[in-house]
Each structure stands twice: as structure tokens, then as C-alpha cells.
Design a protein around this ligand. Structure first.
Ligand SMILES: Cc1ncc(COP(=O)(O)O)c(C=O)c1O
Length: 422
């Protein structure tokens, strides 16, 4: 794997933005999540500046489910991001970071009344996922703005579970119910409207966005014609793919946005939809590549079939490989230059599925050596757990040769927190 900034091979050791991973592991222990502040900022700037070339009125909402560490939320706030929250907890953390309610949109599914009450109290924007949620919201309070998540009948993604639109998917309101839903909101006194879709995650091919946008915009046209409603914004969701496998290419964002906005602009004008703001909700695009997990080798074990490397991170630390069969590049952070051979890398959980990769090319390493699991900045910590009663790993930020802790390692006392012995 060829390393790209902020990752560097210095004398066979992995550095992140000028900081030695050996030093990080020594200072904070392993496993540990390490993030590059500069790369998060770079990704945000890249997407926002590219989009600005193709459309004048856009907003980027960070899908905070990817990573809710408040240091990361704060970096994105400073860059100008807003927030896509999928739970009251994410709303709470975003408000605690300093986002204004008007900078947060809640997109939930199967949302309870107590949750709706909390959301209305905070004053965040609400993007409803069902007619029932809309009615319950309006019964509690009529917000100034309502957005509706539409299922554009077509989805895409890196795994069946990461496809979030289409016939077999729970999300969104369908075409046949959309007009009535917006009518209901307008009759209740809602003044401003948005329309949203999110088709899935790990999408590389712009034609998937075009196809789904095509259906979304047809539905928006129908709503506009039949209700007279104009949209303040059209939110095209998140899901922009990032390269996890060596053969994955970075998306050519210029081509991507040129094609997508070429299509969207022509339909906005053909359907007389004016010029609403166009929003995106990327999660992994901002943070995935900026994060790695450093994990120490505990065990080298040869069987008649495999050369196993046991590490101290498991699917409690990064669940994507076990959950989706996702590929994460794994490199020997403390021995980047050695001659490589095939190894299978496994974690400490009592589960056969606790394996990060098979037949990975790793140099001959010894117990105590350090591995780095790459592209772990999104859906790493945020999907972590205490499974097998393992306290969660700490998070460390690096920038320009400096490193600091942004979340402490959990302790055994954290395993007892809130428990009562009866
Ligand atoms: C509603 C919504 N928006 C945005 C995202 C972000 O997806 P990604 O991290 O792939 O960009 C998700 C992820 O599942 C989502 O559910």
C-alpha cells in the first residue's frame, strides 16, 4: 500500500502528520484511535470548494453517526459544517459542541414521542420518516420548517445493510403518500419545507445519485404542482464512497459534481422548482481516511492452515469487517519495510467472526509489534462496544507533529457504571 499524507513511512515506522505511531502507542496504550485534524479539514474543504463550483447555494451536514467525538464535531463546525443527526443523543452532543439548533437536522426512523418532545424543545430541524411521525410531531407543536425523507425507490451501497432506499428498505415516505404528507404539514401551519433522500453508503458511481435524484425531483415537482409548496432545500443525502481497498479509486469529485449538478439544475428549471439550496450529508467522506486504529500484536500462532496474528483490537473496536465483511487495509506500523507474507489477523473476542482480514501481506512481525488498521475514522469508535466486557479504547488527535487525548480509555469501573446488584 502506498502511504499518502498525513501517513508517512519514516525508516520503516508509520508516522501520522509528523507523529510517530510508536510514541502514540507508548503514551496512550493500545488499541487506540488516532485522527488527523488536518486531513478532516482538508476533506471538508475539498468537498465544499468542489460543490461551490457547480452550484451557488449548498450546505454540508456532517453525518455525525460516523464519529461523534466532540473535538471532531468542533473541527467541522469551525470549517462551516452543519449536522445530520439520527438520534436525540447526536443532537445533544452537537448542541454541546456549539452547533446552533438551526444548524442541526434530525433524520430519525422509528422515532418515539419522548424523542419528538426533546427535538421540538431543542428547536432543531426535523426530517420526518413516516406519516405517523409527521402527525405526532404536528400534534405536539407545529414547527416553522418540516422536511420529509422520501424513498426514491432506488438505492445503492457497499453492502445490503448499507442500502437505504428501494422496495425492501424501511426508510422514507413513498411517492403516493408524499403529496398528502406535505398538504397535512401546510394545513397545520408549517411555513418552510425541505425534501430529503439518502440512498446508501459507499457509493462511487454518480449515476446512482442521478437515478435517485431523478425520481426525487419528479416527486418534488408533483408536490410543488399539487400543493403550491416551494422547497427551501433539497437534501441529496450522504454516502459518497472513499477508497478502502487498494484497488478502489478516489472519486473524481469534479466529474461527479459536474454530472450531478448538470442533471439537478436542468430538472429544477424544467420542473419550475426555482433554486433551492442543495444539501449533502456525508459522514465517512470527512473522517474515514483521517482515522486509524493502532493495535498491538499479542500472539503469533501457526496452524496447519493459517499464519495467525492476534491483536488487542477486536470487533468491539471496529465492527465493520464483522458486520459488513468490510475491507480495511492493515499495515505493520512498526515494520513497514520488511519482506511480506500472508497472515490472518484476529482479535481477542470469543467469536470466530472476530477477524479483521484473511491472507493479508504483512512482514514477519513479532509479538509486541504494532499494526495499524487504516480508514477507521468513520464508524470505528461510534460503533464500538464493551462486548466481552472490554473497556473502550481512547481517541487521540494529531496535528503538525503534536498529539493529544480527545477521549480517555475506559476503565473496569466504567463496566460497572450504572449497574446495581440486586
Ligand atoms: C440519513 C443518513 N445520512 C447520511 C449518512 C452518511 O453516510 P456516509 O457516512 O456513507 O456518508 C447516513 C449513513 O448511514 C445516513 O443514514
Amino acid at each position: 500500500m502506498s502511504l499518502q499524507w498525513p501517513y508517512e513511512n519514516i525508516d520503516g515506522y508509520l508516522y501520522v502528520d509528523g507523529v510517530s505511531t510508536i510514541d502514540i502507542a507508548r503514551r496512550y496504550g493500545t488499541p487506540v484511535y488516532v485522527y488527523s485534524e488536518n486531513l478532516i479539514r482538508k476533506q471538508y474543504k475539498l468537498l465544499s470548494s468542489t460543490i461551490a463550483k457547480y452550484y451557488p447555494k449548498t450546505r454540508l451536514l456532517f453525518a455525525s453517526k460516523a464519529n461523534t467525538n466532540i473535538s471532531i464535531l468542533n473541527i467541522l463546525l469551525e470549517e462551516g459544517s452543519e449536522i445530520d443527526a439520527v438520534s436525540p443523543g447526536e443532537v445533544y452532543l452537537s448542541l454541546a459542541t456549539g452547533y446552533k439548533p438551526s444548524q442541526i437536522m434530525f433524520t430519525g426512523t422509528s422515532v418515539g414521542l419522548d424523542e419528538l418532545n426533546y427535538l421540538l424543545e431543542t428547536g432543531v430541524r426535523i426530517n420526518v420518516d413516516s406519516r405517523s411521525q409527521l402527525e405526532r410531531t404536528l400534534n405536539l407543536e407545529v414547527p416553522e420548517l418540516i422536511s420529509i425523507r422520501i424513498n426514491p425507490e432506488f438505492g445503492a451501497g457497499h453492502h445490503e445493510h448499507a442500502i437505504t432506499a428501494g422496495p425492501n428498505v424501511k426508510f422514507g415516505i413513498w411517492d403516493q403518500d408524499a403529496v398528502e404528507a406535505y398538504n397535512l404539514a401546510a394545513r397545520a401551519g408549517v411555513k418552510k419545507f425541505g425534501i430529503q433522500m439518502h440512498i446508501g453508503s459507499g457509493v462511487f458511481d454518480v449515476s446512482n445519485y442521478v437515478k435517485a435524484s431523478s425520481r426525487l425531483l419528479e416527486i418534488a415537482k408533483k408536490i410543488h404542482e399539487e400543493t403550491g409548496i416551494s422547497f427551501d432545500f433539497i437534501d441529496l443525502g450522504g454516502g459518497i464512497g472513499i477508497p478502502y481497498k487498494p484497488e478502489d479509486m478516489q472519486i473524481n469529485l469534479d466529474n461527479f459534481m459536474d454530472t450531478l449538478f448538470g442533471f439537478v439544475k436542468s430538472k429544477l428549471s424544467e420542473y419550475n422548482l426555482g433554486m433551492p439550496e442543495i444539501w449533502f450529508e456525508p459522514g465517512r467522506f470527512f473522517v474515514a481516511e483521517a482515522g486509524i486504529i493502532l493495535t498491538r500484536i499479542t500472539t503469533i500462532k501457526k496452524t496447519p492452515y493459517k499464519n495467525w496474528i492476534g491483536v488487542d483490537a477486536g470487533f468491539n473496536t471496529l465492527i465493520r469487517p464483522a458486520l459488513y465483511g468490510s475491507y480495511h487495509e492493515i499495515i505493520a506500523a512498526s515494520k513497514l519495510n520488511g519482506r511480506k507474507s500472508k497472515h490472518d489477523i484476529y482479535g481477542p473476542l470469543c467469536e470466530s467472526g472476530d477477524v479483521f482480514g484473511h491472507d493479508r501481506e504483512i512482514p514477519e512481525v513479532e509479538e509486541g509489534a504494532l499494526l495499524a488498521i487504516m480508514n477507521a475514522g468513520a464508524y470505528g469508535y461510534s460503533m464500538s462496544s464493551q462486548y466481552n466486557s472490554r473497556p473502550r479504547a481512547p481517541e487521540v488527535m494529531v496535528k503538525n507533529g503534536k498529539d493529544w487525548l480527545i477521549r480517555e480509555r475506559e476503565t473496569f469501573e466504567d463496566l460497572l457504571k450504572g449497574q446495581k446488584m440486586s
